[in-house]
Design a binder for this molecule. Sequence first.
Ligand code: AMP
Length: 389
Amino acid sequence: MDTILVVNAGSSSLKFEVFAIADGLKKLLRGQMEGIGTAPRLHIKGSDGQVLAENAHAPNDVPDLITAMRFVGAWLREHHEGRLVAVGHRVVHGGPDYDRPILLDEAVLTDLERLVPLAPLHQPNNLAPIRAVLERRPDLPQIACFDTSFHRGHSLVASHYAIPEHFFEEGVRRYGFHGLSYEYVAGKLHDVAPGIANGRVIVAHLGSGASMCALLGGKSIESTLGFTALDGLPMGTRCGQIDPGVILYLLQQLGMAPKEVENLLYKDSGLKGLSGVSNDVRALLASDDPRAAFALEHFVHRIGLNAGMLAAALGGLDAFVFTAGIGENSPVLRARIAAKLEWLGAKIDPARNAAGELDISTPDSKVRLYVVPTDEELMIARHTLALLN
Ligand code: AMP
């Protein structure tokens, strides 16, 4: 059995899935090495949810992503019978040039390393396992799939900031992210609601990272995310849209160091910073602290504002799609967000919403409301298979 390994490497965790190539793609297992360098734990589950591995390791045994990758490789070689024929990687930034997945070699990898300054917190982690595999198994095809590619068709007007043009040429652009999720959802919508998929759709990827994308005829034309993954909606720990004057104030008046500002905006802001309670929507919903309720109110408010902006970009709205952790699992937040879309003609059906059905709108709703679970790993596996073929 030939298999594809999909790798999604973050700062302290390495997520992976294995797919069999058999009549298309079949998910065999998914796993995660978390707590890399602090309290490493490897969990692996089979496709039917059974636990295949649950191992704790000493921090010194798994100090970084490269050793985590070795652990995963060793586990797969020992316990997994498939023949690995390719590895697909999630890479956050493809810069201005990579508008589709690409087969990796030394030259491409060096090129992608040049993009590290554009995504300093994510790109190095995404690239480290690629280099590790390239050194150990140069014969094994590796494919990079970018979070930015799906948005590369944005118009020049949408891609610009109003700063002197040379910055655009140097790469300071509105890129947009979560592209693999939007590409998956756009494809799924095409299967389940083809009439709608060809129309004007907003997809809200609401997870620990959150953004929204405007799809016209299945293609991305606008996104709430821009140059980095900080813009747009407030997220679990990231600030979302903020007046750049606030950053100047933090640096110049409060004398904060750039690294402190970075930590504040990426790790201590968003729902966590605003509530002082948690970055997790489940914890906020369960809390009786008024700041938790306030943070959620702010989140919903900003989603409503951004939906208006994207509806303007689309010239109207045919459907609004919820996806990712919050969008797929929280009927309460879906209902509150849908209320912000009433002026556009959206009407939610409470029973369908509670049941998490695909279409959660009433029959007379002018804007259809959908819940479409995303699957970024399957998207990466599909791209990897397509390039292999
Ligand atoms: P993701 O990044 O897509 O895995 O989404 C993670 C986020 O989804 C978590 O931080 C939670 O806030 C949220 N989430 C997951 N399950 C639920 C739920 N049942 N109700 C509300 N939020 C949820």
